[in-house]
Design a protein around this ligand. Structure first.
Ligand SMILES: [Zn+2]
Ligand SMILES: [Zn+2]
Length: 290
């Protein structure tokens, strides 16, 4: 029987990885084992799709469930079992058992702290348009990548950072500079959350927003489209500060500068480093609201 290439993971068919799964489990390298198993689950799903079979091979889902049980990650256990045939009859009992364990699980303050941190990272990721499923997929990818380089398992924050950088690169390829500004803003918020220096990232974000405004203005001029302000033709001649209304930022709100001011990437006084609600959300933008 020839093996369908759709069922390959890192150069081998998923059926050829069984000993590796067993070895990682025996060696108690459970994060690594999960990273491998999720790669294999995807391979079985790809093969099933290519062959026109309704489902992937259930054994890999079950192995992942066993590892999650060892880690007392009952919610994840239920999730992976339901991924196969919506938790088909084969897994019903196991799902019920995991649900009972989940209901009885008392989480320690440390567990709660980790859960809060993870949920926050998921929220940051959702803010830049990446949902939980893709996030978890990335988590497993990164786990196997880190493992190949002999590094400890990635944290949720590492995953958010990787996703955010990929989103920026993609936006850059698409020429969507305003999106880069938004992603950089979320990254600056994440830096505040992690109590790290948020200022350079915020500067990048502000520069991206300015560039987007100027590009849009140039395009408008060259394409003959007239931007309207209060129904009157309008051409951008200056930018104004708007954004944060905290005590430290407010005095600069509405301050204007001509476009020439922004040559040489001048963006002062933004961001306000003494903003009371960091990262300072002030931007230079069209002075349309006045
Ligand atoms: Zn500000
Ligand atoms: Zn402020």
């Amino acid at each position: 029987m020839t093996l369908n290439p759709a069922g390959f993971y890192k150069g081998k068919h998923y059926t050829e990885w069984v000993d590796d799964v067993k070895r990682l489990k025996d060696e108690n390298k459970l994060d690594e084992c999960l990273a491998l198993l999720f790669g294999l689950i995807e391979a079985t799903e790809r093969e099933a799709k290519a062959e026109g079979w309704p489902y992937g091979a259930p054994g890999y889902y079950e192995q992942a469930a066993i590892v999650f049980r060892k880690l007392k990650r009952y919610g994840d256990e239920i999730e992976v079992l339901k991924r196969w045939k919506n938790g088909g009859p084969q897994f019903e009992q196991r799902i019920r058992a995991a649900q009972a364990l989940l209901a009885n699980k008392k989480s320690s303050p440390q567990d709660k702290k980790v859960t809060r941190y993870q949920n926050k990272c998921l929220k940051f990721s959702a803010d830049i348009g990446v949902g939980e499923n893709i996030f978890k997929k990335k988590l497993f990818e990164l786990t196997s990548e880190f493992n190949n380089e002999g590094m400890p398992a990635p944290k949720y924050g590492d995953v958010f950072w990787k996703i955010a950088n990929e989103r920026c690169n993609q936006a850059s390829l698409n020429g969507d500079i305003a999106a880069i500004g938004r992603f950089r803003r979320s990254m600056a918020e994440f830096l505040v959350f992690e109590k790290r220096d948020w200022v350079p990232m915020t500067k990048d974000s502000i520069r991206a927003f300015i560039t987007a405004e100027l590009m849009q203005n140039d395009k408008t001029k060259s394409s003959g489209i007239i931007v309207l302000k209060n129904d009157l033709p309008y051409e951008l001649t200056d930018l104004a500060i708007r954004g944060c209304k905290c005590e430290k930022c407010l005095p600069d709100n509405g301050k204007r500068q001509p476009l020439s001011f922004f040559k040489d990437q001048n963006i002062s006084p933004l961001p306000h480093q003494d903003c009371l609600k960091p990262p300072c959300k002030c931007v230079w933008s069209k002075p349309w609201w006045d």
